[in-house]
Design a binder for this molecule. Sequence first.
Ligand SMILES: Cc1ncc(COP(=O)(O)O)c(C=O)c1O
Length: 391
Amino acid sequence: MSYVFAERVSYMESSAIREILKVTEQPEVISFAGGLPAPELFPLAEIRESYGQVLGAGDPSVLQYSTTEGFLPLRVNIAANMKKKGIEVGPGNILLTNGSQQGLDLLTKLFINPGDFIIVEDPTYLGALQTFRSYQARFVTVPTDSEGIDLEALKFAIKQYHPKMIYLTPTFKNPTGVTFSTRRRQEIASLLSQYNIPLIEDDAYGELHYSGSSLPPIKSFDQQERGIYLGTFSKTVAPGLRLGWVVASEEMVAKLVLAKQGTDLHTGTILQRATHYYLENFDVQKHLDALRSEYKSRRDLMLAEMRTNFPSQIHWTEPEGGMFVWVTLPDPLDSVNLLRQAVEAKVAYVPGVPFYANGGGNNTLRLNFSNSSPAQIKEGIERLGRIFTIQ
Ligand SMILES: Cc1ncc(COP(=O)(O)O)c(C=O)c1O
């Protein structure tokens, strides 16, 4: 029997690339494809103790339904951290979500009618495109220069297409690893103060900086509460928790609460309580420093191996943080075709095509360095180097 699905379901296609990448689940394949943190660095004992303490205190409300906004003390903790980044907010400006992916979904649910335009960077985060497509959005892509998104092109796109949302990942972006300069962040905030369009600033990787400190978010320059900031514990604590947050005006949070009620009532009570316990009782700074130090050395190793093993016609980004290196092959080479050869050689990457909202990028690909051991990075880049050299 075949069901008659809603029209939007036809926008939710699984990609051919995902099918090829299924083989990367085999243990002998070295995969640079996923965007996964290093599991050996998860604070397993601390999270176990946090759950134990919260459950062991004898308070049954940790298993009860709770408010849609989320556990107040956790929102207070997050607001204090936002202030350290220059975003002056209180707990009333924060909604807890099941990962920042849910934040993206709820915002799209609130703003996008079928056929509406969203401005995105080219390339941009694939999971955001997937969500936007499921609400039948159309895309306007804006190029970036060395400081970030091109301002003139952004202004032109706003005037020409009257977008309903702008989605940016200004810090250690997935997929390229590239970061906007502080000046460009200020310019974007100032430009957007002239228009009534919400800017969604997705900051999944901001804490993972390997040199200097993190740059101020665009939202920290936003005087008019137009900016909406997405944060997550996925990259700093563990993605399996599924805990993120949205920072927005109180008026916007009230609308998001309505949207979230229809989706899942609220984020898990015990998860919020245990995460709050973890943040308040363990040395989170020390954990972050350990993550930064390990990821930095994996990034350095990957870049050094690429310099040794990749032919000189191949170019790549040198990210100052995050989890990804973005590779550009000489033009006729197609990273989707080459993926089959790579998988036969038991090494995988993600081709760049699905990160481009309106097509293109056939000669690009993304490599993740956080989820592979130094030995795997060395061996995997050597294997890729052999494939790229014989083309
Ligand atoms: C840019 C970006 N935004 C959002 C997400 C979703 O993260 P989560 O839902 O785990 O918070 C990811 C995950 O990889 C990401 O790379």
